[in-house]
Design a protein around this ligand. Structure first.
Ligand SMILES: [Zn+2]
Length: 211
C-alpha cells in the first residue's frame, strides 16, 4: 500500500515522463510536471454534445493527457493513474445533484478479468467528491469481434443492445463516466440502456475526447 503512495507522491520527477528537473511546475491540474509536459497539457474542453445526448469532456485526447491515459490503461494503480484522478478532481466537472448516481460503461470481457479498470478508478473518486453514489448499473453482453478495429458505423451496429440494466432501484439522474470517448457510440448505447430502464436524465462525462 505504501508503495502506491510513494509512487504517486513521493518520487521526485515528472509524473508523466519521469524526467528529473530542478524546476518542476505545478499547473491548474494540481500535478507536478516538468516544463515540457506542462506545456503539452491540453486546454480544458467542455460540452461536446452528441445528437440526443449531453457529453462533457475534460480535455482533448492529446499531449500529456493522452500520454498519461495510454500509460495508466493497463497498469493498475500506477502513478499516472493517480495523477489523472487528481487532475480530474481539480478540473471543472458539471455540478450534479447528490441524488445523481455515477456509473461507468461496463468493461469488455478481456478487461473484466484484469480487475483494473481506469474509468472506474477515476469515476468512484469523482462521485465521492460530488457526494454521489457510485454503482455498477449496467452489464455488458458478449460481443463479437474487436471494437477498436471497426469503423464508426460498424461500431454502432456491433454495440446495439450490448448493455443491459443490472437491476435494482432506478435513479432519476445518472452520470456515465468513461476515460476516452471517440465517436460516442459506447456512451450512446449505455445511455439508451439506462433510459430503457427508466432513468430520466443521462449525463455523460469523459476524461478525454477525440474530436
Ligand atoms: Zn515530463
Amino acid at each position: 500500500m505504501w508503495g502506491i503512495f510513494a509512487d504517486a507522491f513521493l518520487l521526485p520527477g515528472c509524473v508523466a515522463c519521469g524526467e528529473l528537473e530542478e524546476r518542476m511546475v505545478r499547473g491548474d491540474h494540481g500535478l507536478r510536471l516538468c516544463q515540457i509536459c506542462e506545456q503539452a497539457w491540453p486546454k480544458a474542453l467542455g460540452d461536446l454534445p452528441l445528437p440526443g445526448l449531453s457529453r462533457f469532456a475534460l480535455w482533448p485526447y492529446e499531449g500529456t493527457v493522452r500520454r498519461l491515459l495510454v500509460q495508466a490503461k493497463d497498469m493498475p494503480y500506477c502513478a499516472q493513474a493517480w495523477a489523472l484522478r487528481r487532475a480530474a478532481l481539480a478540473a471543472r466537472v458539471p455540478l450534479v445533484s447528490t441524488e445523481t448516481v455515477w456509473c461507468v460503461t461496463p468493461p469488455s470481457r478481456r478487461r473484466r478479468w484484469s480487475a483494473w479498470y481506469l474509468p472506474k478508478f477515476v469515476a468512484e473518486s469523482l462521485a465521492r467528491s460530488h457526494r454521489c453514489q457510485f454503482r455498477s448499473l449496467l452489464v455488458r453482453k458478449q460481443q463479437r469481434g474487436n471494437q477498436s478495429d471497426l469503423s464508426g458505423a460498424e461500431r454502432r451496429a456491433n454495440l446495439q443492445g450490448v448493455f443491459r440494466w443490472r437491476g435494482g432501484l432506478v435513479p432519476k439522474t445518472v452520470v456515465i463516466f468513461d476515460d476516452v470517448s471517440t465517436t460516442g457510440a459506447t456512451l450512446k448505447e449505455a445511455a439508451r440502456a439506462l433510459r430503457e430502464a427508466g432513468v430520466q436524465e443521462v449525463i455523460t462525462v469523459c476524461l478525454a475526447a477525440v474530436e
